[in-house]
Design a protein around this ligand. Sequence first.
Ligand SMILES: *Cc1c(COP(=O)(O)O)cnc(C)c1O
Length: 383
Amino acid sequence: MANKPLKKLLLAPGPTPVSPLALQAMSLPIIHHRSADFKPVLQSVRDGLKWLFQTKNEVIVLTSTGTGGMVSAVNNFFNSGDKVIVIDGGKFGERWTEICQSYGLNADVIKVEWGYTIKIEEVEKRLKADPNIKGVLVQATETSTGVNHDVEKLAKLIKNYENTLFIVDAVSSLVAHDLKTDEWGVDIMVSGSQKGLALPPGLAFIAVSEKAWKKAETSKLPHFYFNLKAELKNIKENQTNFTSPVSLLIGLNEAIKQLKEEGLENVFKRHERLANATRAGIVAMGLKLYAKEMPSNSVTAICAPDGIDGQEIYKILRDKYGITTAGGQGKAKGKIFRIAHLGYADTFDIISGLAAIEMTLKGLGHPITLGKGIAAAEEILMK
Ligand SMILES: *Cc1c(COP(=O)(O)O)cnc(C)c1O
């Protein structure tokens, strides 16, 4: 057994590494959130979030994790008893259902086999049958399986239904994927700070369409803290309802600045390139991808070889090689492990991750030729 690793590398689908410039920005002394110093920060964050979410509407910022953003997307726009469709293809789809049920919504759950994507016809059939459906909730990337759902196609379908809001959990997808909120007609797009934006955990973002704000007028569910109408009123004055997470917002400002310098198209291309290289490397090692269709550019879920526990691979990667990936969640626990290529991620993060996977598998006695996976990835990363 090698010594304890000196260097650590975070390749989990959240939290993800934070860039040195964002870390530096966040280390500055705290300024007061009701002061003149702070307002330009929030003004710049607002402009930046609209750019990133590809919307002309205000993007609300909450001090919470991504799940808080998901909760606010339910308890500000619906009423108890409202019927909604939940697309559930994994752990985070299950979370939508749990949140909806906790507020008394009537969730019609479409179960999608783990590793697969939603068939749009399934949603269309239900919408046609019941014009009273108030919302459709989905993940852009279902992080637990590494599969994307087709947000564009769903948005274009749901846009035709006047009474139905389309709500997308893009917590792990924003930045890695081109999500055209306004152009496609997504009503509510939720994200968080600790994934594609490469910041510490602690912020949730919610882009809200005009159609959704109208619906908010009639929602009677309790929302003392996650009160999006109150937040909207405040953010227009470059304020938040309660104490602003000043350091995180300063970090966010820096993170957005860096993304702007890179250019949105290039950001998406970088994620695509890293994801393609990761998948090619894994397949070249003789392993199977867990995603059977529409694999995400944020995270790759990998099937553990027969006879090897996925959690064991995850633990050796972490404890022996200093690389933190993620194991499987829910019913995929033990069967898979997951490696992210998300946020502040580049070529040699992928090389390191794949090399460590090869070394781990060889160490576990799996027949593997060292270097095969890396070579396949290198071919793609050179382009
Ligand atoms: C990470 C994640 C969330 C939010 O998780 P938090 O721990 O609350 O930040 C929600 N949805 C998806 C798809 C995610 O990957």
